[in-house]
Structure formats: C-alpha cells, structure tokens
Design a protein around this ligand. Structure first.
Ligand SMILES: *[C@@H]1O[C@H](CO)[C@@H](O)[C@H](O)[C@H]1NC(C)=O
Ligand SMILES: *[C@@H]1O[C@H](CO)[C@@H](O)[C@H](O)[C@H]1NC(C)=O
Ligand SMILES: *[C@@H]1O[C@H](CO)[C@@H](O)[C@H](O)[C@H]1NC(C)=O
Length: 503
C-alpha cells in the first residue's frame, strides 16, 4: 500500500504536472519561427563532415557503392544478364546498368552484390557447384563474396566465392567460381579491374555504422553525438536571434537502446538532452523524422542502405509507430512545437503518402492537441500538391525546401539573377501557398550556398538577407540548413560569426 506521505507527494506532483502540461498546451511562442536544422547530428550526412568516415577500412567500399568489374584477360565487363534473374557473363565492352553492382557490406572485405533488378548474385551451391546466378532475393552465406585488393593497385581485384574458390572469366559466356591460382597477371582469368563509381558513394548513417562495424561504431557515434552539438550551442542560438531547432531523427532512435544492427543505441538520450537544453534557453523543438523505415527517397540522409527507395504501403504501420513513440515521449515537453511526419519524400506514391500523413497525424493527436504536425511536400511534386488535403486538419504545416541549387536552372545564374529568383519565384510560390485558414507554410530548409563562382561578401550578404526577408513571410517560419558544417555557407554558426547573416 502507498504510504500517506507518498500519496500526497504524488498528488502534488500530479498537480504540478497538470499545470505544466496546461502551460505547454497554451503557451504562446512567436511565429514565424527562426529556426536552424541540427543536421548531421542524429542522422549522419557524410558530406557535412567527411572526416567522420576516415577510420573506416576500405572506406571507398561502403554500403550502396556501385562497382563494375572488367576481366583483364578478356577486356570485357561482368554482366548480370537481363539485369538479374539469370546468368552472370563477361561479354560486355561497355558498362552500364546490368554491369553495375551495388555493394552490401558484410565486413571490410566481404560483400553481397546487388544487381539492377534488386536481386543478388549467388553461388548455386557450396559443394561442387561453381555456377553463379543473379536471382537471389535475400542475401546470406551463398551470396557473400570476398574482394581481395592488390597491394599496389587497390582497384585490381580477385573475387572469392563462398566455396573458397575465385571467380574466373573462362570465356565471354562462362564465368565460374572454381579457380585456385594466385597470380596478378593481366592474362589471369581471375583478375578484374574494379571501377568504383565515385559519384555513387553514399555516406549516411547506414554506411558509417556498418562501415566501422557495429562494435566500433558505438564509440564513434557516441563521441560524435556528444561533441558535434552541445548545450553551449543552444545558448549561442538563443543569443543570436534563433528561436527554434529542427532536429532530424532516424526511425532507429525510437528503438533505443537496442536498434537493429548496424544502428547504434544511445541517440534517444541525446534527443532528450536536446529538449532539456532547448527549454533552458527558450528554444522550440521540431522533431523531424528524417529517415523513415525503408527510406522515403533513397538519399544518404534517409539512411538508405544502397540508394533504393523502399518506403511504401508496407512501411506505413512501422512509420506511424515511430511517430507515435516520438509524440508520446515528447508531447508533455514544453519545448515541443511540432512533429514532422517525414522529410523530403521523393518518388513515393502520392496516395500512400496521404494515407500515411493521415495516420501519422492521428498518432500525434492521440498525445497532443497543441503540437503542430508538419507534412513535407514531396520533392518531385508541385508545391501545392498537398494544399487542399492538408486543409482538412487542424494545426498542420506544409514544409517546402528552397535551395538555389540541385537544378540546372541555377547553374548559370549570376548574383542578381539569384536574388531576383528569391524575390519573384520564391515569393510568388509562397504567396500562392498561403491561405487565410489553410495549413501554415514552413520553409524547413534553405541555405546561402549557390552556384555563383566568385561572389563578394557583400553579394553573399544580400543573397542571404533577401532569403531571410522572403522566407519570413512563411507563416510558420523557416529553418536554415544547417547549424554547423565543414562547408561554411551551410553553417549558420559560421554565417553569424562572420557577419554574413543578421537576424
Ligand atoms: C552475352 O552472353 C549472353 C549469354 O550467352 C547472350 O545472351 C548475350 O547476347 C551476349 N551479349 C553480347 C553483347 O555478346
Ligand atoms: C569477414 O567475413 C568473412 C565471412 O564471414 C570472414 O571469413 C572474414 O574473416 C571476415 N573478415 C574480417 C576482416 O572480419
Ligand atoms: C512527461 O511524461 C513522462 C512519462 O509519463 C514523465 O516521466 C516526465 O516526467 C514528463 N515530463 C514532464 C516535463 O512533464
């Protein structure tokens, strides 16, 4: 039985909590938000700090890296005939889709090879068999191959099959795993020139954790979380005119402390700390599901393993469960201002996305009526595609991302053309999205980087200022990408410290 003392203590606590909760529910905060994205913190984006990957052995062979193999003897490329579901041959003079293999990394030297129809190359059987086919749907031992690199030329390789034998291109149409020799001569049928498509290298959460291997990754990730952004940074933000953060999180964070490998436990506590620090310095928090299960865009920042987008109807319930977890955990935090259901879907079916947004919205509303629910506009659709759909919900926000990058139209723009684009096209897009009783609009990502080669500091300040001015018309506000980054114009901290931006 509960003692009297404990009973009253609980009563007081319950009273306090209900006041606190009511406060959080009704508290007014300034819209539009002036926010910053805490990118590359709880969801890795290698381009923002490449040195994080430096300690990985064979760091050019990460999950999703695309490779091609040319037989030095035949001078022909290995090919999964028909892109998969069939034999492996060595009769192509040029390499494209069927001759390109995506790596699934098992450890620093062993891999599965995913072919263009998404199946895997396998050895037909371990005993006696030496035939290869590209028809496996789920990789296991018979799909695991070792890449041995030449000491002097790491892109000269031999490939060892799970039967212990090397692959050899006996003829253009006969490739078998039955070679035991060990020479590195061009005439050796087991030698291949490996072409690593450098543009295909993915450096996201999956690649860093699996690259270090889960054992070593734990320390690497925890060190990163504990140093990349710290309490002082929230102080800095509050002292410099920022009043909110958008925090990208991955689905695995909701499975802390034991997320499926290769993901590493411990990130949930870091997110908890972020709330504590944000609340201390009067900063609002947007929790942004940046990496949904299955990957909603195939990008490194969605934690895709190999660049394929897999998210769809079969992932909706898992994704809703992720949102439900986040909403339950943070809905009573006074810092919470919004939960974003998914970042930058691209290439997903629009009806599936809407079903998910409906279910995700309901999951948030189970726990809070006050937090805003943010729906990210699909990157490959018109910015108005969700407007009437989102109008049916209350306290809902549409997130659009504005970069003067990632499209050829910006390649040759000069300073003034970039500035005019913001004043005209961006401003008009925003005003066409802005309605009196519809969803609020949020420019959830933008940056001051552009394609202009040699701009003066003054030019850059003008370009930044016009963006601040125009994006401040978005009723929910804006969020700069990012807080800190090796590239200066992607770091609002650097922009502030060097007087490029005034808030
Ligand atoms: C390569 O070999 C396969 C299997 O024999 C054959 O179907 C295909 O036509 C050949 N392609 C070329 C370019 O020789
Ligand atoms: C990699 O995995 C293979 C197959 O499981 C194993 O034989 C090999 O020893 C491993 N290599 C390293 C460096 O861990
Ligand atoms: C929020 O709820 C959790 C779980 O009920 C509780 O442990 C925590 O103390 C609450 N936090 C606040 C700030 O009310």
């Amino acid at each position: 039985m509960m003692s009297n003392k404990l009973f009253y203590a609980n009563l007081v606590l319950a009273f306090y909590l209900s006041c606190h909760y009511a406060l959080a529910q009704t508290e007014n905060f300034p819209l539009p938000l002036k926010a910053v994205n805490l990118g590359n913190w709880l969801v890795i984006e290698g381009w923002m700090k490449p040195s994080l990957f430096d300690g990985i052995t064979n760091k050019d062979l990460l999950d999703g890296t695309q490779v091609q193999f040319m037989s030095t003897k035949l001078q022909k490329y290995l090919c999964a005939e028909h892109g998969g579901g069939s034999v492996v041959v060595a009769n192509r003079t040029k390499a494209s889709g069927w001759e390109t293999f995506r790596l699934w990394r098992i450890n620093e030297s062993t891999f599965n090879f995913r072919v263009s129809n998404k199946q895997f190359i396998r050895l037909t059987n371990r005993d006696g068999g030496s035939n290869l086919v590209a028809d496996s749907d789920s990789p296991s031992d018979l799909e695991t191959f070792e890449i041995l690199r030449n000491d002097d030329d790491p892109n000269r390789v031999r490939i060892r099959a799970p039967n212990g034998q090397f692959l050899q291109a006996i003829s253009e149409t006969v490739v078998l795993a039955n070679y035991e020799g060990s020479s590195w001569d061009d005439s050796d049928p087991s030698i291949f020139k490996m072409n690593v498509l450098s543009g295909s290298i993915i450096r996201g959460e999956y690649q860093i954790t699996n690259g270090y291997s889960p054992d070593k990754a734990t320390k690497i990730m925890r060190d990163h979380w504990n140093t990349y952004i710290i309490e002082d940074d929230f102080k800095f933000m509050s002292e410099n005119g920022l009043n909110a953060v958008r925090i990208p999180v991955g689905w695995w964070t909701t499975q802390d402390p034991t997320p499926p490998k290769p993901f590493v436990g411990g990130s949930l506590e870091v997110l908890d700390n972020a709330f504590t620090w944000a609340e201390k310095y009067g900063i609002k928090v947007i929790v942004d599901l940046h990496a949904a299960p299955g990957s909603q865009n195939g990008r490194p920042h969605s934690a895709s393993r190999d660049g394929y987008l897999e998210w769809g109807d079969s992932y909706i319930s898992d994704t809703v469960a992720t949102i439900d977890f986040l909403a339950e955990r943070y809905s009573n935090r006074s810092g919470l201002v919004a939960i974003e259901l998914m970042n930058e879907p691209q290439g997903v079916n629009l009806e599936s996305l809407k079903s998910y947004y409906q279910a995700g919205y309901d999951a948030v509303r189970k726990h809070t009526s006050s937090a805003y629910v943010i729906m990210s506009n699909p990157l490959d659709r018109d910015s108005k595609v969700l407007l009437s759909f989102a109008g049916a919900f209350s306290r809902v926000v549409i997130d659009v991302h504005y970069y003067n990058l990632f499209s050829d139209r910006f390649s040759n723009m000069n300073v003034q053309q970039n500035i005019d684009f913001i004043k005209n096209q961006r401003a008009s897009d925003l005003s066409s999205l802005t309605t009196s009783n519809g969803p609020l609009i949020f420019v959830g990502e933008w940056s001051s980087d552009w394609k202009v080669q040699s701009a003066s500091k003054k030019d850059h300040q003008k370009f930044t200022q016009v963006q601040v001015d125009v994006y401040s018309r978005a009723k929910f506000g804006w969020a700069y990408w990012a807080y800190i980054c090796d590239s200066n114009f992607w770091s609002i901290k650097w922009m502030i410290e060097n007087n490029y931006i005034k808030l």
